[in-house]
Every structure is written in C-alpha cells, then in structure tokens.
Ligand binder design. Structure first.
Ligand SMILES: Cc1cc2nc3c(=O)[nH]c(=O)nc-3n(C[C@H](O)[C@H](O)[C@H](O)COP(=O)(O)O)c2cc1C
Length: 259
C-alpha cells in the first residue's frame, strides 16, 4: 500500500477502515512487479475486514496488471480470518469472475474458538500486537499454530491437482479435507450484517465529521456484537434452525464451493 496500515492498530485507524472496506473503495498501491505475463495458477491470499475483502485485497484485485493476469487463469483463494469470511469471499468470487479468472479452490483459516471469545481476543491482538493469552485466561487469538504448521497438506493437494490438470474436482476434495467449513450461526450473522454495515458505510462516507460518526459506529458495533447478536442467535437456534435444515445445508454447500 502507498499509505500503510500500521500494526498494532490504533482504535481510530481500525474503525476508519470500515467505510472503504465495505464499499469496496480501493486505495493506492505501489505498482506490483510481475515476473511473468501469464501464470499456471494464481494463489490469492487475503483477509476479510468488516465482512468485506480488506482494502489491500480490493486494491490489489482492481490493479489492472494483476487483473490482466487473472484472465483465463485458475485461481485458489486462501483466507486468513477471525471467522467471518463468507460475504468477503462471495465478493472476491465476483471480482475474479469479472476479470475472467476461474476460481478452482478456496482454503479458509479461521480462529476456531467461540465467536464471542475470538471477538475479545482479536481486539487484544490487533490493538497490542501481542498474540499471547490475554490475562493468562483467554485462549491465544488467531489461527491455531497447528493449522498453520499443517497448511502444507492443502498446498500439496493443489499442486497435485494442477500437475494432473484436474482442477475441476479440487474444491470438492479440499472441502472434504475441511479446508472450508461454514458454520451455521456465522452464516446467519453474515446473511444480515453486511446490509447494516453498508448503510453505516454509506452514511459515514458522506459525513464531514467522519471521526465523530466512526466513534458512534464503534459503540454500535460493540453493542451489536456483544448484546444484540447473542439474543438474536439464541432465538435463531431455538426457533429457526430446527425448521430450516435443508436451506442451511444448501447454503453450506454453496459457501463451501467456488461458484
Ligand atoms: C480492520 C479489521 C477488520 C476485520 N474484520 C474481520 C471480519 O469482518 N471478519 C473476520 O473474520 N475477520 C476480520 N478481521 C480479522 C482479519 O481478517 C485477520 O484475521 C486478522 O487481521 C489477522 O490477519 P493478519 O495478521 O494478516 O492481519 C479484521 C481485522 C481488521 C484489522
């Protein structure tokens, strides 16, 4: 990025990234240098920010030189997330398609702890830069070390599929290996929250006193995450999940796939 996002994050810059992430507004990047004009396979790794592709991811995907190299090329996406990556991936799927690329695989890394626990520990990690157990009580934030160490199993599978030119079945095989595992409750949250984020983003982007509005959004987000979401999730689990098994399975299949 021409203007970096410093890590650890400050509260102001963390929330300031919301409107552009959600609205898919790219920032300037330093012109990428490519060794080749054409690649056998592109591996595109990115993080979701605010249920959307991060600003660096959006900016890179919209770079004409990169976009050119996606054309008629198989692509594997690798996601590093807290746990809510579904909406971002649906948008990345679209952008790859628009550039003429063919998504053949998706490998998702997420924090497997409870949604509310990881929401607390990721804040500790992002705002302090420390990836240890907060207060010695909470679990370590982020993707488990073992999953990172074992990542090669997916790499080997992708390489094998590329070598024998059998990329059409790759995602089914990756999904069987649990490279992607959409969770019912998170699918439910992600089905609704992006619309609300989009409303906030559209309001904030037009405001002159942006920092005041971002402060308001920050408190809204904490309230939504820790007060509203648990109540809605309980109602969903008790009243809706038992009646919508088939729909949930269909959604899981779609979000596990590459189309
Ligand atoms: C501004 C910001 C917003 C984020 N929003 C999400 C999100 O919506 N869903 C999610 O699963 N993770 C979210 N994360 C976590 C990132 O996707 C990622 O897991 C985390 O930044 C660690 O990866 P990194 O070390 O490559 O930055 C967010 C992180 C940041 C900094």
């Amino acid at each position: 990025m021409k203007k970096e996002f410093p890590f650890p994050w400050r509260s102001k810059s963390f929330f300031d990234a919301m409107p552009e992430s959600v609205l898919g507004i790219p920032a300037e990047i330093i012109a990428p240098q490519f060794k080749e004009e054409k690649y056998d396979l592109v591996v595109f790794a990115y993080q979701p920010w605010y249920l959307s592709p991060s600003i660096p991811a959006t900016s890179f995907l919209q770079n004409p030189e990169f976009a050119k190299r996606l054309k008629d090329t198989p692509v594997v996406t690798v996601i590093g997330s807290r746990n809510m990556w579904i909406n971002a991936q649906e948008r990345v799927k679209k952008m790859i398609k628009q550039n003429g690329g063919r998504l053949v695989g998706n490998i998702v890394y997420a924090d497997r702890h409870n949604n509310f626990v990881s929401a607390v520990t990721i804040q500790y990690w992002m705002f302090t830069g420390k990836k240890d157990r907060w207060m010695g009580v909470f679990p370590r934030p982020g993707v488990a070390d073992k999953e990172i160490a074992d990542a090669g199993i997916f790499g080997s599978k992708v390489l094998e599929a590329l070598k024998i030119n059998d990329l059409d079945r790759l995602q089914t095989q990756l999904a069987e290996m649990k490279a992607v595992d959409p969770q019912t409750v998170l699918m439910f949250i992600e089905g609704r929250a992006p619309k609300i984020f989009s409303l906030w983003a559209n309001v904030i982007i037009r405001k002159k006193n942006r920092s005041l509005w971002l402060q308001i959004f920050k408190y809204y987000l904490l309230f939504a995450l820790f007060i509203i979401a648990p109540i809605i999730v309980i109602i969903y689990l008790v009243a809706i999940v038992p009646l919508t098994g088939r729909q949930i399975r269909e959604h899981k299949k779609h979000f596990s796939g590459v189309n």
